[in-house]
Design a protein around this ligand. Structure first.
Ligand SMILES: CC(=O)N[C@H](C=O)[C@@H](O)[C@H](O)[C@H](O)COP(=O)(O)O
Length: 225
Protein backbone atom coordinates (compact mmCIF):
# COMPACT_ATOMS: atom_id res chain seq x y z
CA UNK A 1 0.00 0.00 0.00
CA UNK A 2 2.79 2.43 0.95
CA UNK A 3 4.22 3.01 -2.53
CA UNK A 4 0.74 3.21 -4.05
CA UNK A 5 -0.39 5.79 -1.51
CA UNK A 6 0.45 9.02 -3.32
CA UNK A 7 -1.36 7.67 -6.38
CA UNK A 8 -4.40 6.80 -4.28
CA UNK A 9 -4.46 10.27 -2.71
CA UNK A 10 -3.97 12.12 -6.01
CA UNK A 11 -6.81 14.49 -6.74
CA UNK A 12 -8.40 13.79 -3.39
CA UNK A 13 -9.22 15.34 -0.06
CA UNK A 14 -7.45 14.68 3.23
CA UNK A 15 -9.69 15.53 6.17
CA UNK A 16 -7.71 16.82 9.12
CA UNK A 17 -9.60 15.71 12.21
CA UNK A 18 -8.10 17.98 14.84
CA UNK A 19 -10.64 19.35 17.29
CA UNK A 20 -10.06 22.62 19.10
CA UNK A 21 -7.57 21.86 21.90
CA UNK A 22 -9.45 21.31 25.14
CA UNK A 23 -12.76 22.03 23.38
CA UNK A 24 -16.00 20.09 23.68
CA UNK A 25 -15.00 17.76 20.83
CA UNK A 26 -11.48 17.04 22.05
CA UNK A 27 -12.07 13.37 22.72
CA UNK A 28 -10.69 10.29 20.95
CA UNK A 29 -14.08 8.71 20.29
CA UNK A 30 -15.30 11.96 18.72
CA UNK A 31 -12.16 12.26 16.60
CA UNK A 32 -12.67 8.67 15.43
CA UNK A 33 -16.30 9.45 14.55
CA UNK A 34 -15.20 12.55 12.63
CA UNK A 35 -12.65 10.43 10.76
CA UNK A 36 -15.23 7.78 9.86
CA UNK A 37 -17.75 10.42 8.78
CA UNK A 38 -15.16 12.21 6.67
CA UNK A 39 -14.26 9.00 4.84
CA UNK A 40 -17.95 8.21 4.36
CA UNK A 41 -18.33 11.70 2.89
CA UNK A 42 -15.58 11.17 0.34
CA UNK A 43 -12.26 12.01 1.99
CA UNK A 44 -9.47 9.81 0.64
CA UNK A 45 -7.21 10.29 3.63
CA UNK A 46 -7.12 11.63 7.18
CA UNK A 47 -4.75 13.74 9.22
CA UNK A 48 -4.85 12.89 12.91
CA UNK A 49 -2.96 14.38 15.85
CA UNK A 50 -2.11 12.36 18.96
CA UNK A 51 -1.65 8.68 19.67
CA UNK A 52 -5.00 8.01 21.36
CA UNK A 53 -6.85 9.79 18.55
CA UNK A 54 -4.87 7.90 15.93
CA UNK A 55 -5.54 4.49 17.49
CA UNK A 56 -9.24 5.27 17.83
CA UNK A 57 -9.49 6.45 14.21
CA UNK A 58 -7.47 3.47 12.94
CA UNK A 59 -9.97 1.14 14.57
CA UNK A 60 -12.78 2.69 12.54
CA UNK A 61 -11.25 3.03 9.07
CA UNK A 62 -8.60 1.60 6.75
CA UNK A 63 -8.17 4.97 5.01
CA UNK A 64 -4.61 6.29 4.84
CA UNK A 65 -3.74 8.35 7.90
CA UNK A 66 -1.22 11.16 8.12
CA UNK A 67 -0.13 11.01 11.74
CA UNK A 68 1.31 13.89 13.70
CA UNK A 69 2.13 14.73 17.30
CA UNK A 70 2.03 18.36 18.37
CA UNK A 71 4.24 19.52 21.20
CA UNK A 72 4.85 22.84 22.88
CA UNK A 73 8.59 22.91 23.48
CA UNK A 74 10.22 25.41 25.82
CA UNK A 75 13.21 26.07 23.55
CA UNK A 76 11.94 25.58 19.98
CA UNK A 77 9.02 26.94 17.94
CA UNK A 78 8.73 23.57 16.18
CA UNK A 79 5.46 21.88 17.16
CA UNK A 80 4.69 19.15 14.64
CA UNK A 81 6.37 15.77 15.32
CA UNK A 82 9.72 17.04 16.63
CA UNK A 83 11.12 13.80 18.08
CA UNK A 84 12.30 10.49 16.61
CA UNK A 85 10.30 8.69 19.32
CA UNK A 86 7.19 10.57 18.10
CA UNK A 87 7.73 9.03 14.68
CA UNK A 88 8.06 5.47 15.96
CA UNK A 89 5.06 5.90 18.28
CA UNK A 90 2.89 7.22 15.43
CA UNK A 91 3.86 4.35 13.15
CA UNK A 92 3.09 1.84 15.92
CA UNK A 93 -0.30 3.52 16.40
CA UNK A 94 -1.17 2.91 12.74
CA UNK A 95 -0.09 5.96 10.73
CA UNK A 96 0.74 5.37 7.06
CA UNK A 97 2.31 8.77 6.50
CA UNK A 98 4.16 10.82 9.10
CA UNK A 99 4.21 14.60 8.79
CA UNK A 100 6.99 16.57 10.43
CA UNK A 101 7.75 20.26 10.69
CA UNK A 102 10.38 20.78 7.99
CA UNK A 103 10.93 24.50 8.59
CA UNK A 104 14.43 25.90 8.93
CA UNK A 105 14.08 26.69 12.63
CA UNK A 106 15.91 25.54 15.76
CA UNK A 107 14.71 22.05 16.67
CA UNK A 108 15.55 19.27 19.09
CA UNK A 109 16.34 16.60 16.47
CA UNK A 110 17.44 16.99 12.83
CA UNK A 111 14.93 16.65 10.01
CA UNK A 112 17.24 14.18 8.23
CA UNK A 113 17.02 11.81 11.21
CA UNK A 114 13.25 12.15 11.39
CA UNK A 115 13.06 11.31 7.69
CA UNK A 116 15.31 8.26 8.09
CA UNK A 117 13.26 7.00 11.05
CA UNK A 118 10.03 7.38 9.07
CA UNK A 119 11.42 5.39 6.15
CA UNK A 120 13.00 2.78 8.43
CA UNK A 121 9.52 2.27 9.93
CA UNK A 122 8.02 1.66 6.49
CA UNK A 123 5.91 4.84 6.38
CA UNK A 124 5.88 7.72 3.92
CA UNK A 125 7.32 11.07 4.93
CA UNK A 126 5.53 14.39 4.54
CA UNK A 127 7.31 17.71 5.03
CA UNK A 128 5.22 20.51 6.52
CA UNK A 129 6.86 23.62 5.04
CA UNK A 130 6.39 27.38 5.26
CA UNK A 131 8.38 28.43 2.17
CA UNK A 132 9.59 27.29 -1.23
CA UNK A 133 13.15 27.05 0.06
CA UNK A 134 12.13 24.62 2.79
CA UNK A 135 10.09 22.59 0.32
CA UNK A 136 13.07 22.39 -2.04
CA UNK A 137 15.33 21.20 0.78
CA UNK A 138 12.74 18.60 1.79
CA UNK A 139 12.37 17.38 -1.79
CA UNK A 140 16.16 17.07 -2.15
CA UNK A 141 16.32 15.14 1.13
CA UNK A 142 13.87 12.54 -0.16
CA UNK A 143 10.52 13.42 1.41
CA UNK A 144 7.69 11.64 -0.37
CA UNK A 145 5.20 14.49 0.03
CA UNK A 146 5.75 18.21 0.51
CA UNK A 147 3.06 20.37 2.08
CA UNK A 148 2.32 24.08 2.43
CA UNK A 149 0.98 23.51 5.97
CA UNK A 150 3.10 26.10 7.76
CA UNK A 151 2.91 28.98 5.30
CA UNK A 152 1.67 31.95 7.30
CA UNK A 153 2.37 30.36 10.67
CA UNK A 154 6.01 31.18 11.34
CA UNK A 155 5.62 34.81 12.39
CA UNK A 156 3.49 37.87 11.77
CA UNK A 157 -0.25 37.96 11.25
CA UNK A 158 -1.84 34.86 9.73
CA UNK A 159 -3.22 35.74 6.26
CA UNK A 160 -6.85 35.00 5.47
CA UNK A 161 -6.29 33.39 2.10
CA UNK A 162 -4.47 30.11 1.43
CA UNK A 163 -1.00 30.35 -0.15
CA UNK A 164 -1.79 29.22 -3.69
CA UNK A 165 1.34 30.91 -5.06
CA UNK A 166 3.51 28.66 -2.89
CA UNK A 167 1.60 25.57 -4.04
CA UNK A 168 2.15 26.59 -7.66
CA UNK A 169 5.91 26.90 -7.12
CA UNK A 170 6.16 23.72 -5.03
CA UNK A 171 4.49 21.78 -7.83
CA UNK A 172 7.67 22.16 -9.91
CA UNK A 173 9.86 20.42 -7.35
CA UNK A 174 8.92 16.79 -7.99
CA UNK A 175 7.30 15.18 -4.93
CA UNK A 176 3.53 15.29 -4.69
CA UNK A 177 2.34 18.56 -3.18
CA UNK A 178 -0.22 18.62 -0.41
CA UNK A 179 -2.00 21.98 -0.27
CA UNK A 180 -2.82 22.67 3.36
CA UNK A 181 -3.73 25.70 5.39
CA UNK A 182 -6.84 27.88 5.17
CA UNK A 183 -8.57 25.95 2.36
CA UNK A 184 -11.88 26.87 3.89
CA UNK A 185 -14.19 26.39 0.91
CA UNK A 186 -14.65 23.68 -1.74
CA UNK A 187 -13.79 26.29 -4.36
CA UNK A 188 -10.45 27.13 -2.75
CA UNK A 189 -9.60 23.43 -2.47
CA UNK A 190 -10.36 22.89 -6.15
CA UNK A 191 -8.20 25.91 -6.99
CA UNK A 192 -5.28 24.23 -5.21
CA UNK A 193 -5.52 21.23 -7.53
CA UNK A 194 -5.58 23.58 -10.51
CA UNK A 195 -2.44 25.23 -9.11
CA UNK A 196 -0.68 21.86 -9.21
CA UNK A 197 -1.35 20.30 -5.81
CA UNK A 198 -1.67 16.53 -5.77
CA UNK A 199 -4.21 16.61 -2.97
CA UNK A 200 -5.67 19.05 -0.46
CA UNK A 201 -5.91 18.87 3.32
CA UNK A 202 -8.82 20.63 4.96
CA UNK A 203 -9.11 20.90 8.72
CA UNK A 204 -10.96 23.73 10.42
CA UNK A 205 -13.75 24.00 7.85
CA UNK A 206 -14.61 20.33 8.34
CA UNK A 207 -13.81 19.48 11.92
CA UNK A 208 -13.52 22.57 14.13
CA UNK A 209 -17.16 23.27 14.87
CA UNK A 210 -16.35 26.22 17.11
CA UNK A 211 -14.38 27.88 14.30
CA UNK A 212 -16.98 27.34 11.61
CA UNK A 213 -19.79 28.41 13.93
CA UNK A 214 -17.78 31.55 14.65
CA UNK A 215 -17.60 32.37 10.94
CA UNK A 216 -21.39 32.28 10.70
CA UNK A 217 -21.98 34.05 14.01
CA UNK A 218 -19.58 36.85 13.03
CA UNK A 219 -21.27 37.26 9.65
CA UNK A 220 -24.68 37.58 11.31
CA UNK A 221 -23.31 39.97 13.92
CA UNK A 222 -22.06 42.15 11.09
CA UNK A 223 -25.59 42.70 9.73
CA UNK A 224 -27.18 45.85 11.13
CA UNK A 225 -30.80 45.44 12.27
C1 LIG B 1 -0.32 25.60 11.40
C2 LIG B 1 -0.74 24.30 12.02
O1 LIG B 1 -0.32 23.97 13.10
N1 LIG B 1 -1.57 23.53 11.29
C3 LIG B 1 -2.09 22.32 11.83
C4 LIG B 1 -1.44 21.17 11.31
O2 LIG B 1 -1.68 20.05 11.58
C5 LIG B 1 -3.57 22.25 11.96
O3 LIG B 1 -3.90 23.06 13.09
C6 LIG B 1 -4.45 22.71 10.77
O4 LIG B 1 -5.79 22.59 11.16
C7 LIG B 1 -4.26 21.90 9.50
O5 LIG B 1 -3.01 22.22 8.98
C8 LIG B 1 -5.32 22.16 8.43
O6 LIG B 1 -5.41 23.52 8.16
P1 LIG B 1 -6.80 24.29 8.21
O7 LIG B 1 -7.37 24.07 9.59
O8 LIG B 1 -6.46 25.72 7.94
O9 LIG B 1 -7.68 23.70 7.14
Amino acid sequence: MTTALPKYLRGGLIASCQPVDGGAMDDASIVAAMARAAVDGGARGLRIEGLANLRAARARTDAPIVGILKRDLPDSPVRITPFLSDVTDLIAAGADIIAVDATARPRPQPVAELLQTIHDGGALAMADCSSLEEARTAADMGFDLIASTLSGYTGGPVPEAPDLALVREMARLGPMVVAEGRYNTPQAAAEALRAGAGCVTVGSALTRLEVVTGWFADALNGVAR
